[in-house]
Design a protein around this ligand. Structure first.
Ligand SMILES: Nc1nc2c(ncn2[C@@H]2O[C@H](COP(=O)(O)OP(=O)(O)O)[C@@H](O)[C@H]2O)c(=O)[nH]1
Ligand SMILES: [Mg+2]
Length: 285
């Protein structure tokens, strides 16, 4: 291999908070990642897939495969699902998206994925600052989820949101109320907040404000942005993101909204960052 370099050569220092999407297989993690990005870089699957973690950060360039020793390799023609899992720690992707001006997103494999080495995800999750735990509404918060969540680092558990996905699959008000009541009781003290969402409805809402509101996505995204605004990361925080976070704290938070689901007014969307991320203007509308 000639065209490789190591992660150690990647610039370090100031950084954005990292948001990990976790949960069982098929809980909607990739669907949520795509919703937050306002784009579809990740495959969404109904059948078991062999996917490594995918770390998405603001920027440009082709995806890179990171091996267990931190070496970075071009993916070439290989798709995300074709990578050799035993020789891959994660995939690094760079994209332009509003949410990525506030945080990195890490789409994790399902917690019970037999193809995913537990060691790998436990090491990787040490690097996350905030976790969005996705749980299927129809079989929410299984024992396996409670155990995996409990094994997370303490500091990460302090910044956790529970997202009850596929809420549209619960048919009656009674079922919906019952599931939420059970989750509130069984996860008491574990999550900052619990949000029921219908992710596919949110994705399909487009300019349909009523559909967007009914999907439950809005309060969740607001809470996420609020948490990011108050989250403190190490390395003296991110010089680029902090002014944006300060703007968010000041209540000027019209800028992060998945592009696909911008409200009908269209006026809330921030201009896409141009050029290099270091030149993007914080809070610029
Ligand atoms: N009805 C419904 N389907 C969903 C929802 N979220 C995800 N799905 C579907 O569930 C399947 C698995 O989603 P995916 O995002 O790949 O799950 P992951 O394995 O956690 O990444 C896909 O077919 C999605 O379209 C939801 O809120 N409602
Ligand atoms: Mg997935």
């Amino acid at each position: 291999m000639t065209d490789t370099h190591t992660a150690a050569q990647t610039p370090t220092g100031p950084r954005r908070p990292r948001v990990a999407l976790m949960g069982e297989f098929s809980a909607g993690k990739s669907t949520l990642t795509n919703l937050l990005l306002g784009a579809d870089p990740l495959p969404v699957k109904t059948t078991a897939t062999r996917m490594p973690p995918v770390w998405i950060a603001h920027g440009h360039g082709d995806p890179l495969r990171e091996d267990p020793d931190g070496g970075l390799h071009p993916m070439g023609a290989a798709g995300l699902e074709d990578v050799a899992l035993d020789d891959t720690r994660l995939i690094r992707m760079r994209m332009q998206s509003d949410i990525l001006s506030l945080c990195d997103l890490v789409d994790m494999p399902g917690i019970s994925d037999p193809n995913m080495d537990g060691q790998i995800w436990h090491e990787l999750i040490e690097e996350a600052d905030l976790v969005i735990w996705c749980t299927h509404a129809t079989q929410a918060w299984r024992q396996s989820e409670a155990a995996a969540f409990d094994s997370l680092p303490k500091t990460l558990k302090a910044n956790a949101i529970l997202l009850v996905t596929r809420f549209d699959k619960l048919r009656s008000d009674r079922d919906r109320a019952r599931v939420l009541a059970r989750l509130r009781a069984e996860t008491k003290g574990l999550f900052r907040e619990i949000f029921p969402v219908a992710l596919l409805d949110a994705l399909a809402a487009g300019e349909d404000r009523a559909k967007w509101d009914a999907s439950g996505a809005e309060p969740f995204i607001k809470a996420l942005i609020d948490m990011l605004a108050t989250l403190r990361v190490d390395a003296d925080d991110d010089a680029t993101a902090q002014p944006m976070l300060a703007a968010a704290e000041a209540g000027d938070t019209p800028f992060v909204r998945p592009a696909r689901v911008a409200p009908p007014t269209g006026g809330l969307r921030r201009a896409r960052p141009t050029e290099d991320e270091t030149q993007s203007v914080p809070g610029h509308v």
